[in-house]
Design a protein around this ligand. Sequence first.
Ligand code: IPE
Ligand code: IPE
Ligand code: MG
Length: 249
Amino acid sequence: MPETEASRVAGYAPPRHVAIIMDGNGRWAAARGLPRGEGHRRGVEALRRTVRAAGDLGIKYLTIFSFSAENWSRPASEIGELMGLLRRFIRNDLAELHRSNVRVRIIGERQGLEPDIARLLIEAEDLTKGNDGLILIVAFNYGARQEITRAARRISERVLAGALAVDDITMETVVDCLDAPDVPDPDLIIRTSGEQRLSNFLLWQAAYSELVFVPSYWPDFDRAALEAAIDEYRQRERRFGGLIAKTGS
Ligand code: IPE
Ligand code: IPE
Ligand code: MG
């Protein structure tokens, strides 16, 4: 039987796409009397654990919110630490990700990034583009409103070039102009740290995602926490606006 959206969601397969808002690094550190940077460093360890666990659990797409378009409003010293961690993560972990058959993709605005960071992002994508294991989508310098605005610009350019009629603009046209058009919408979005908001993450793609809010801070996140969030997701009834409840997978 061909897989339909309903059969996929009703089955016992893991969620196909899990997205995570990795929040609470600063508060994790503050609770221990440590500088915020230490929380970010421990957050990278939680990320490593989570990528491994996601692969083991059979998740196909894992999107992580690593730096938002609004995070530039933080103090320069913290931004410097976060950029340093990104550089180190790509330099130290890329080979291992590649060996594990992980394909890295990046969403977010590339314009205006420091040139060495822009190069590292391209290197991560290029090196791993032939891998067919877990697809790790890193949302970096990402904001959903900015992404949708970029899509609006791309659509306008197609219309102005005479390649697209206004009446032919559909939801598919919009999706086609988002940063990762071929990636399915997240089934499950997890946010750590107890905050219950999306903070400009995947606003278009989250239309029918199940949201799970976890009280613990990101540096404490691990395989058990991921499994617990997936268990909660499985209890949910996904109806997609219809009347037939589709039991979470
Ligand atoms: C998440 O932790 C990491 C980033 C946003 C880059 P925070 O730095 O937001 O930690 P809190 O929310 O201040 O505790
Ligand atoms: C969202 O967390 C961004 C990332 C996790 C990268 P924030 O900590 O920036 O979100 P707000 O400011 O609490 O909404
Ligand atoms: Mg935060």
